[in-house]
Design a protein around this ligand. Structure first.
Ligand SMILES: C[S@@+](CC[C@H](N)C(=O)[O-])C[C@H]1O[C@@H](n2cnc3c(N)ncnc32)[C@H](O)[C@@H]1O
Ligand code: SF4
Length: 370
């Protein structure tokens, strides 16, 4: 007799959120708190993460990447770092595993880098934001460019081969000259990967609460950043992500865009999971020691839109030969054909992707898919 039991997709990647920061930057509305004086709060938080991971039972057996993000994961002390890595070590012993952690320049130490190495962390992402010291102060960062460069060199010296840098543009009174200077520093450092985000003014950030607005230079800066990085030899593979070589693309980031399932653990973390055949967006809501996973059921249309919206952010687009994407492509067949006629989408090597013109107006294209 045939069984009707639904077999859900196993979870492909895992995000772990560490919400503590030494200092709160003015533009940021990510879930974070000032690092508590009492170390027990962090220890209890790590206990809670351990329990949350256990609640997934064997559903995390197949994860191919882990990303420890924040907040500021590097602000944990050595003992807490070791505890965090020990909790996660259950999920990491696989071939071709990508294991990333986010660091801030001011809390990078050789001792902590050695702990990350010992636990097989193989990718570092460090938030620098800009190399302009005046601008760094204005946006509320507590590092300067010399500390950032020192931390970067220490990371490389410790033997990390895959190092990414986060930068932002369209910041405050940033000028074309600031961008050119940032590109000069990148030319020297040549990180393996760069995420360069345009500032999004978030209501709940320090700036958002003061009702500050984003400067109106967006398009100009987009062009400077894209052309500047291209000239340095970077491959743009997503709206804000650039890799030095094709092996430096972030597998974990790609899992958010290519219809993979992912779990988010820790306060504020989000996930995308299939449970009994249905798709859910998850979010951990509450406060640091008392949060709960909320599940938002996606209708079939919401699920299809989610995949189109995320997939078209990638330069390569959506692999339409994959079984998991076939029903989505069928559902949008008419709209896709219309956009191909308008030279906004194209199909190349079995991938549905934006044309160069389409990529610049992705939000407008997506409205028509709603
Ligand atoms: C939330 S932070 C966490 C990592 C680390 N604490 C740091 O400060 O780099 C991750 C990255 O998000 C980006 N980011 C944060 N707030 C942003 C905003 N309002 N608009 C655009 N990018 C932002 C920054 O580039 C930052 O490096
Ligand atoms: S940008 Fe990073 S360091 Fe600054 S407040 Fe946000 S999470 Fe913390």
């Amino acid at each position: 007799m045939r069984s009707n039991k639904i077999i859900d997709r196993k979870i492909n990647s895992l995000y772990v959120h560490i919400p503590f920061c030494e200092h709160i930057c003015f533009y940021c509305d990510f879930v974070k708190v000032k690092k508590p004086q009492d170390p027990q709060v962090i220890e209890k938080y790590l206990d809670k993460i351990e329990l949350e991971l256990e609640s997934y039972k064997n559903r995390l057996d197949d994860v191919q990447s882990i990303y420890i993000g924040g907040g500021t994961p590097s602000c944990l002390n050595e003992e807490q770092t070791t505890r965090m890595c020990t909790i996660l070590s259950k999920y990491t012993n696989k071939e071709n595993f990508e294991y990333s952690i986010e660091l801030n320049p001011e809390s990078v130490t050789i001792e902590k880098l050695n702990i990350y190495k010992k636990f097989n962390i193989n990718r570092i992402s460090m938030g620098i934001q800009t190399f302009d010291n005046e601008l760094l102060k204005k946006i509320g960062r507590i590092h300067d460019n010399s500390l950032a460069i020192k931390a970067y060199k220490l990371i490389k010296k410790a033997g990390f081969k895959n190092v990414s840098i986060d930068l932002m543009y369209n910041l405050y009174d940033q000028t074309k000259k600031n961008i050119a200077t940032d590109l000069e520093y990148l030319k020297d450092l040549k990180p393996d990967h760069i995420s360069w985000y345009s500032l999004i003014m978030k209501e709940k950030s320090v700036w958002g609460r003061k009702n500050m607005k984003v400067p109106e230079n967006d398009e100009l800066f987009d062009e400077l950043v894209n052309q500047g990085l291209k000239d340095l030899g970077y491959i743009r593979y997503e709206i804000s992500n650039y890799a030095l070589g094709k092996d430096n693309k972030s597998l974990h980031n790609i899992s958010y865009w290519n219809n993979s399932t992912f779990a988010g653990v820790g306060i504020g973390a989000t996930g995308f999971e299939q449970i009994e055949g249905k798709y859910y967006l998850t979010k951990n809501e509450g406060n640091i020691l008392n949060y709960k996973k909320e599940f938002e059921l996606l209708s079939q249309e919401d699920y299809f839109f989610q995949i189109i919206m995320m997939g078209l952010r990638m330069v390569e687009g959506i692999d339409i030969s994959l079984e998991k994407n076939k029903d989505i492509i069928d559902f949008y067949q008419e709209k896709i054909q219309e956009k191909i006629k308008q030279n906004l989408l194209e199909i190349v090597n079995n991938n549905l992707r934006c044309t160069e013109r389409g990529f610049n107006i992705l939000n407008e294209i997506l409205i028509d898919f709603l």
